[in-house]
Design a protein around this ligand. Sequence first.
Ligand SMILES: Cc1cc2nc3c(=O)[nH]c(=O)nc-3n(C[C@H](O)[C@H](O)[C@H](O)COP(=O)(O)OP(=O)(O)OC[C@H]3O[C@@H](n4cnc5c(N)ncnc54)[C@H](O)[C@@H]3O)c2cc1C
Length: 343
Amino acid sequence: MQAELSVLVGNAGNWLNEHIRHLESHDIRPVARAANDATYETDFGRIHLQVQDNELQVRIVSPDEAALTTLQGSIFDYLKETDPAVAQRVSWTGVAPAPGQPKNFREMTVQTIRPVSDWMLRMTLKGEDLAPFDQRGLHVRLMIPEAPHGRPLVWPSIDSSGAVHYPDGDDTLTVRVYTIRHIRPESGEVDIDIVRHAGGVFSDWSETAEPGQKVGMIGPGGGYFPAAGWLAIGGDDTAVPAILRILEQREDEAGGQVIIGLHPHQEPQKIELPANFAINWVATSDLVNAMQAVSSPSAANCVFWFAGEAEQARALRTYFKSELGLPAERRSSAAYWRHIKAA
Ligand SMILES: Cc1cc2nc3c(=O)[nH]c(=O)nc-3n(C[C@H](O)[C@H](O)[C@H](O)COP(=O)(O)OP(=O)(O)OC[C@H]3O[C@@H](n4cnc5c(N)ncnc54)[C@H](O)[C@@H]3O)c2cc1C
């Protein structure tokens, strides 16, 4: 399935260089690069960018429409971020996004909510056609009405440029990113594990949510699956669902070290480790030190992965890259939430 786009972007050569630099800052590198073009391979398909004079040409080849729509949306968002006027001229040929509900959106219904531990709730959501959510990514955006009302809910819509429009005014949605902890496409169910933290909009909502309530879900997206090799994997409570999914899907026996940070009121959960893994539970405030203290048995065949609060993730991103000198495919450090200091 294929789509193309040609759009005037001013100095297209500069635009391409800037774009490549932007992606490199997120550790995304082209698989092929020439003076006037670059090709990227993603889990959602292949993107080819070419510039000629003032024109940017984009060609996307994806395995299915949901994946294509995801890539068209990300190209649109990037163009809009760099120049909103350019985004207004976006018009796809080939398969253009079908206006209406995005192909990667599902309306889900709360089935059950129960505690996994005293600091985490498990919410099971039910919906249709979930097989695509079992591929290409670990995470989803969940959405609930900002202010509950008795009217039918209004969900996001997409237009033919690939722009996703979220409702506003009385229909505004609270949107948060969560990890799919388990997925059972055959019964149309996903489990989401939600850290309980007072004052969080989604977390507080889940404390009182009831079976039958509707939740919007868009995805999947993101979620770097570490390459084979000895694995140092760590994070705080919000990273536990992603860490467990990664450990459960581990096939090689190289083993590794798990580091999980807990707040003073939290007790460790029972975790089944794959062969040759050890686990250390530490205070969340010590996570950066604990990750930096991990020493891998093989410098050439190790992978470091972290997810947690933004400042810790930033510190470890620099450490993995500059101190350990790990190449992009052997490191990942992601911000899952940001500590907002009281004014
Ligand atoms: C890729 C990805 C995957 C994620 N997966 C999960 C997951 O599976 N389970 C999960 O629970 N979370 C997960 N998160 C984190 C979650 O999206 C954030 O914690 C989110 O802010 C929670 O929304 P909220 O409405 O409850 O709190 P918000 O309304 O966003 O925040 C309110 C206040 O609480 C603070 N805050 C936010 N999160 C936390 C926290 N966890 N602990 C303490 N204080 C916090 C904020 O700084 C803010 O001051 C993930 C995030 C990302 C980016």
